[in-house]
Design a protein around this ligand. Structure first.
Ligand code: APR
Ligand code: PHB
Length: 388
């Protein structure tokens, strides 16, 4: 029996666990936090069609179908106008607005029915012998030392998890950059200001009007990383949003008390390779995108799709080539999503180092997008997600 040990029960780890169990592959998931903690993390909420298709395949799409909002387009604002990217018309597709927290909850709730074992509050998770054919993981649960012997370990433990760190520096490479700003987010139980998302590049900075449902809104403004959350009472955020989203949108903003407020730094990272010996990496453990393209969760989903395909071939037919090919296959899609997230970030934010030339380039590009179906098609195709 081929046992797979998955580290991390975020969306990547849970999705992979379900896909493997659905094919009868033996696996166990180890998670450092409690279920309540995992569900308390506020994350993005735009699903590509491929992510929805995975939930459908698992038979876990009932709530997503009932409560998810189908969006046929979104908008770029350049201070004067809204440039609508008509996804449905341009590429015959759509995205679904459904909070990542909700998707994680659906995956969590279905653990038992699928026979998916998840050990929560597993402390000191440590990977061993990943370069051999007999890797194992040790951890401590309720004060008792435990050991899991596996054939393959899959690191789904996010940006700060231990899995990636077990790949020696002589093998692994980190391609990355940090951006000189973060997104200050506010979540509030108020109706959204617009039926579709608006990404705005205003002279005061970036703003995003997003939503979780018809009664819950999510907004962001970009701020220097030196900014302190306590200097941003709710009213100041609402005032700033009204200015940056512009006079056409501002009157439609409903203000309300924040349920959650946070500042998240923006970064782009790709760690290569995504497999080393008997260790595979999926999701944020292998790459980070700035949130501008709404790709974080969706990229984790496509990694997991490739990883599940390879692991099922390996477990059922002993096909080791599938596992060996995983890194290149996944990275080819990862790099394209990184490119899109980076270019949309570049286009929609004011960088402190930018001079008049860089600003003129942004204006020209937004003007080009406004007037070119080809440019809009390229954005729409990337936003809905490139094919797996
Ligand atoms: N031991 C066990 N589990 C760990 C450890 C550890 N030492 N370190 C981290 N984890 C767990 C975290 O507690 C978390 O639940 O790994 C999980 C990683 O989950 P995410 O950070 O959500 O990453 P991922 O599943 O790859 O999701 C990718 O979702 O939330 C977005 O920004 C994220 O959008 C990205 C996408
Ligand atoms: C969100 O709703 O939190 C969100 C939406 C779109 C993004 C990023 C975040 O690009």
């Amino acid at each position: 029996m081929t046992r797979i040990c998955i580290i991390g029960a975020g969306p990547a780890g849970l999705l992979l666990g379900h896909l493997l169990r659905a094919e009868g592959v033996d696996c166990i998931v180890l998670e450092r936090r409690s279920p309540a903690y995992v569900l308390s993390r506020i994350r993005a909420g735009v699903l590509e069609r491929g992510t929805v298709a995975l939930m459908e395949r698992l038979g876990l799409d009932a709530r997503l179908k009932a409560e998810g909002l189908v969006h046929d387009g979104f908008n770029l604002a350049d201070g004067e106008r809204l440039i609508r990217i008509d996804i449905a018309d341009l590429v015959g597709s759509h995205v679904v607005v459904y909070g990542q927290t909700e998707l994680t909850r659906d995956l969590m709730d279905a653990r038992e029915a699928r026979g998916l074992e998840v050990v929560y509050e597993a402390q000191d998770v440590t990977l061993h012998a990943v370069e051999s054919d007999a890797p194992y993981v040790t951890y401590v649960k309720d004060g008792v030392a435990q050991r899991v012997d596996a054939r393959i370990i899959v690191g789904c433990d996010g940006f700060h998890g231990p899995s990636r760190q077990t790949i020696p520096a002589s093998v692994g490479r980190d391609y990355g950059r940090e951006y000189p700003f973060g997104w200050l987010g506010i979540l509030a139980d108020v109706p959204p200001c617009n039926h579709e998302l608006i990404y705005a590049n205003h002279e005061r900075g970036f703003a995003l009007a997003s939503q979780r449902s018809l009664t819950r809104s999510r907004y962001y403004v970009d701020v220097p990383l030196t900014e302190k959350l306590e200097d941003w009472p709710d009213e100041r955020i609402w005032d700033e949003l009204a200015l940056r989203l512009g006079p056409a949108v501002a009157p439609h903003i409903t203000r309300g008390p924040a349920i959650e407020k946070s500042i998240a730094p923006l970064r782009s990272h790709v760690f290569t390779p995504m497999r080393h010996g008997s260790l595979m990496l999926c999701g944020d453990s292998a790459h980070i995108v700035p949130p501008t393209g709404a790709k974080g969760l969706n990229l984790a989903a496509s990694d997991v799709y490739y990883a599940a395909e390879a692991l099922v071939a390996f477990a059922k037919r002993g096909d080791a080539d599938a596992v060996a090919a995983y890194s290149d296959k996944a990275l080819s899609r990862v790099w394209k999503a990184e490119r899109f997230s980076w270019s949309l970030t570049r286009l929609m934010h004011r960088f402190p180092e930018d001079g008049p030339f860089e600003r003129a380039m942004q204006v020209a590009e937004l003007d080009y997008i406004a007037s070119s179906r080809a440019a809009q098609t390229s954005i729409a195709e990337n936003y809905v997600g490139l094919p797996y």
